[in-house]
Write a protein that binds this ligand. Structure first.
Ligand code: SF4
Length: 195
């Protein structure tokens, strides 16, 4: 059972899978470093993709019908979770979250669970099943389908509980064992033990 007292975001889910320490910095210490050049560029690329997407059909998604909604603000009191989704394709019998990503198409684990978190939120909002999401790979201009399996939903709920335990405990977690991640981490200057 998820306790809903701590307000978590879908970004927290993505960051927690990347490295739990980031969520400690964000939620326990309130640290939010200024965006890097790469992040600012990524945001502009997102905006350009959205502008183009308004004019495109749904062919990239292999769909013949569906209503697109952009920058969808989602929240669930039950899950204690909120986030802003790049795009939703609402169809009669399903709703499909879409994230625009600056990737060639390989879906990292943290992005996968970000999508599952969006799926949980979108299901609650539309009261329709989410069986799949799409990542729109910006460099390739291609949509990659990501199935949403029951096990991934259960794991995402466990992640929410684990984040709440982390926030309640207020103890700094160990650094990620995949130290390559530290190289491009915006929180690196707060981690004195990873150099
Ligand atoms: S620098 Fe490494 S250990 Fe520190 S928060 Fe970033 S990924 Fe985690």
């Amino acid at each position: 059972m998820v306790e809903a007292q701590v307000e978590l975001t879908v970004s927290d889910v993505r960051q927690f899978v990347y490295c739990p320490r980031i969520v400690y910095f964000r939620q326990c210490l309130g640290l939010h470093p200024a965006p890097t050049y790469k992040m600012v560029e990524g945001k502009l690329e997102h905006q350009r993709t959205e502008d183009l997407e308004h004019r495109r059909g749904l062919k990239a998604y292999g769909l013949s019908d569906g209503e697109r909604v952009f920058n969808v603000r989602l929240s669930s009191e039950r899950l204690g979770l909120a986030g802003i989704l790049d795009m939703v394709i609402a169809r009669r019998h399903e709703v499909i979250p879409v994230e625009f990503k600056n990737t060639e198409g390989h879906i990292r684990l943290n992005h996968k669970y970000q999508l599952v978190a969006y799926a949980l939120l979108a299901e609650e909002r539309w009261e329709l099943p989410v069986r799949r999401c799409f990542v729109y790979a910006i460099p390739r201009k291609a949509a990659v389908e990501v199935p949403i399996a029951p096990g991934a939903r259960r794991y995402t709920r466990r992640l929410l509980n684990a984040m709440r335990s982390l926030v309640a405990g207020q103890a700094v977690p160990k650094p990620t064992r995949q130290r390559g991640r530290c190289q491009e981490c915006e929180y690196r200057r707060f981690c004195n033990d990873v150099w």
